[in-house]
Ligand binder design. Structure first.
Ligand code: 48N
Length: 322
């Protein structure tokens, strides 16, 4: 079968499936003589051209990498559910401390970051109470010091900096637009609970599929095995507090305490100090924890999210090392 007519007559080269595709020598020569730096491009747009490409090259560049990642992270060391401020803070700490661990972050949204793109009620500045400024210093995010608290001029500056640092770690892979729709369990009976389990990974699906199980025939999920899961799925949203609600429906915890009213002074301490392994193999942090413990919400202040992530990473490494 001869290759489809292309926009340019390609020169000869062998593709992955042995198909002979020729590259356009004229286009390639034009590109080779072209600007290589932004300065060289200035005022020469008339003769500007991109290097030649074939659509299949783009498709293969994306799919080869994605499916290689799926294959590699099918066995992960730690899975983090939820790429909000808490989950990303935990990932940042783990990425720095344990470059040897394979860490998969599963985020239901196309855009990671959760509720941390704005400070509160669509206002852009982000408040963090001290000592959470230590996390900002470690991350390298500038802020204005107001005494007992600091202010990052735009929440997106914090979240984008944190996200870029997390994504720069070679041992961390973000699978966004992907929902955790169940937990992998293994029997772990105790003297008091013969039905106790330990968490051994996550069950995932494309988020759009997870949201349509009620109106489509069965669309089976995928899985990721991991000896430890950190769940930071927040307190709201279509999948909010996912893991702790699942623990109740699996009868691993009796009931949820339910997030209580807003009280900044008690909420933030409770969330940071309460971040822990809720059942074997599952560490819960951030606002998801407020649903377990019945902690107050703190509203538009984010220091507890960052430091809960720091503690979740510490708890994870403690459990992982056991
Ligand atoms: O930002 P969130 O919702 O959660 P946290 O705990 O990281 O930060 C909470 C914080 O933004 C607040 O709520 C502030 C402090 N306000 C407090 C208050 O009193 O109102 O991020 C959770 C992330 C989101 O990006 C979700 O899309 C994602 O988790 N997620 C999931 N991802 C994959 N699978 C799931 N099942 C799932 N559930 C949620």
């Amino acid at each position: 079968m001869s290759p489809p007519a292309a926009a340019f007559e390609p020169a000869v080269s062998v593709t992955g499936n042995g198909l002979f595709i020729k590259k356009d020598l004229a286009v390639k020569a034009a590109f080779n003589d072209h600007a290589k730096t932004l300065a060289e491009m200035a005022d020469k747009w008339e003769s500007f051209t991109f290097s030649p490409i074939r659509e299949s090259q783009v498709s293969r560049a994306m799919t080869r990498r994605y499916f290689a990642d799926l294959d590699s992270y099918a066995e992960s060391d730690i899975v983090i559910i939820g790429a909000g401020s808490c989950g990303l803070s935990a990932a940042y700490m783990l990425g720095k401390q344990r470059p040897d661990l394979k860490i998969a972050i599963i985020e239901a949204g196309v855009a990671p970051g959760g509720g941390a793109w704005l400070g509160g009620q669509l206002f852009s500045a982000m408040v963090m109470r001290k000592p959470a400024d230590a996390f900002l210093d470690d991350l390298g995010v500038a802020y204005e010091d107001e005494g007992d608290f600091v202010v990052v001029k735009h929440a997106a500056l914090f979240t984008s900096t944190l996200l870029s640092r997390v994504l720069s770690f070679p041992n961390i892979k973000l699978f966004n637009a992907t929902a955790v729709e169940d937990l992998i369990t293994r029997p772990a009976p105790t003297p008091t609970d013969p039905h106790a389990v330990r968490i051994a990974g996550v069950v995932t699906n494309w988020t759009l599929v997870s949201m349509h199980h009620d109106d489509q025939s069965c669309m089976d999920p995928n899985t990721i095995n991991a000896p430890l899961v950190i769940s930071t799925t927040g307190h709201d949203g279509p999948f909010g507090a996912f893991s702790v609600k699942r623990l109740v429906s699996m009868q691993q915890i009796e009931k949820l305490g339910g997030m209580r009213g807003l009280d900044m002074r008690t909420a933030e301490d409770a969330i940071v100090k309460g971040t822990r392994e809720v059942v074997k193999g599952l560490v819960v942090g951030g606002m998801e924890l407020s649903e377990v413990d019945g902690a107050n919400r703190m509203g538009p202040t984010f220091g507890a999210m960052a430091l809960s992530g720091v503690k979740a990473a510490e708890e994870a490494l403690r459990v992982w090392g056991e």
